[in-house]
Design a protein around this ligand. Structure first.
Ligand SMILES: [Zn+2]
Length: 91
């Protein structure tokens, strides 16, 4: 069985959603890790590309919220019943 997230490694662990992965820790899989880092970069494009001066309090707050969301995603991944990619997409 090959990791069903597309990293090409041999799967050693099956998640509760029925998918096989190369690791029981989602962040150890290079493909899942990539998805998580995409979230980390932040989807709203206005975050990137705009050169600002010192970070505003609101900006700091948003980063804090994003970090909490990433942690939530990482700890919840093994528990979700739906496809993990869909789950990540909805985050
Ligand atoms: Zn993998």
């Amino acid at each position: 069985m090959i990791c069903q997230y597309g990293c090409g490694k041999e799967a050693t662990h099956q998640f509760k959603n029925g998918k096989w992965c190369c690791s029981k820790i989602p962040s150890m899989c290079s493909v899942l890790k990539k998805n998580l880092s995409k979230i980390k970069k932040g989807k709203p494009s206005h975050w990137a590309g705009i050169k600002r001066g010192p970070q505003t309090e609101n900006h700091k707050k948003k980063i804090k919220e994003a970090k909490a969301l990433i942690e939530f995603c990482q700890t919840s991944l093994a528990k979700v019943d739906n496809d993990v990619n869909d789950f990540l997409h909805n985050c």
